[in-house]
Design a protein around this ligand. Structure first.
Ligand code: APR
Length: 248
């Protein structure tokens, strides 16, 4: 990737009136969290059917051990990487207004980002499918699966969006309103294959905004939506872009 593209992308971000970041699993890969698609992806090891809301409700004893293995075991050791930290730095410098993320790992907040819209929920919370109460996942013992609701003994579910489950309406509304008001979107580590979250960069583009994409390979955005494509690992490219923006 030429420095020319990076310089131009930095200029666009510097000149933006209201810029947002839109992130996917690729930004957390260098923190040790596997992506969903592509080599080594979660969907290459586990049947997505397990993550269907109805299937989970019918077979919780089958699905919960998989959830624990993928999402909970060892999560306390996972740290934000240089890409998450670069976004937090850009927010602190007033260069991005918010992060809209599809990720449920909470690494943006751990890196210091304060305005984060979590389109697909967050692993730090669980919700009871019977009494609807919410609980901090840290307080739930995962030795016994499925973990019973502390309030009513019902079935607990991670507060993340499963297949055939709607996205949180309040986040969807706030994120799309913000995208429509933004004139620059920094897209990091997402293939753009999942709606409605995946439409965020397109809303910015349709409103006349500029789209800067960082990905290891081309995505559904690259040839139709992105104005700048910075090919490479998020952990390398984002800090370089942030430095160019902040020192420019
Ligand atoms: N740096 C930058 N991009 C990367 C890196 C990296 N180190 N590693 C992988 N990528 C890119 C891949 O090229 C791909 O475009 O990250 C993207 C990962 O794609 P997915 O695994 O499909 O993740 P995402 O786009 O976030 O998926 C969206 O799909 O299954 C649902 O709910 C799930 O939130 C998820 C949604």
């Amino acid at each position: 990737m030429s420095n020319h593209a990076l310089e131009n992308a930095a200029e666009a971000l510097r000149n933006a009136r209201c810029a947002i970041a839109f992130t996917g699993a690729g930004i957390s890969v260098e923190s040790g969290i596997p992506p969903f698609r592509g080599p080594g992806g979660i969907w290459s090891k586990y049947d997505p059917e397990l993550f269907d809301k109805g299937y989970f409700k019918r077979h919780p004893a089958e699905v919960w051990p998989v959830l624990r293995k993928i999402f909970y075991s060892g999560m306390e050791r996972v740290k934000p990487n240089a890409a998450h930290l670069a976004l937090a730095e850009l927010e602190a410098a007033g260069r991005i207004a918010a992060v809209v993320t599809q990720n449920v790992d909470g690494l943006h907040q751990k890196a210091g980002s304060s305005v984060v819209y979590e389109y697909h929920g967050a692993l730090r919370r669980m919700q009871c499918m019977e009494c609807r109460a919410f609980f901090d996942s840290d307080g739930i013992d995962l030795e016994v699966l499925p973990p019973p609701c502390p309030a009513c003994g019902g079935l607990l579910k991670p507060d993340v969006v499963f297949f055939n489950e709607g996205v949180p309406e309040d986040v969807h509304r706030a994120a799309t309103d913000l995208a429509r008001r933004s004139d620059c979107c920094l897209v990091v580590g997402t293939g753009g294959q999942v709606a409605p979250a995946g439409r965020i960069p397109i809303l910015v583009k349709n409103a006349g905004g500029t789209v800067i994409e960082i990905n290891r390979q081309d995505s559904l955005y690259t040839y139709n939506t992105s104005d700048y494509f910075l090919e490479g690992k998020a952990g390398d490219m984002l800090p370089r872009l942030a430095r160019a923006v902040l020192e420019g």
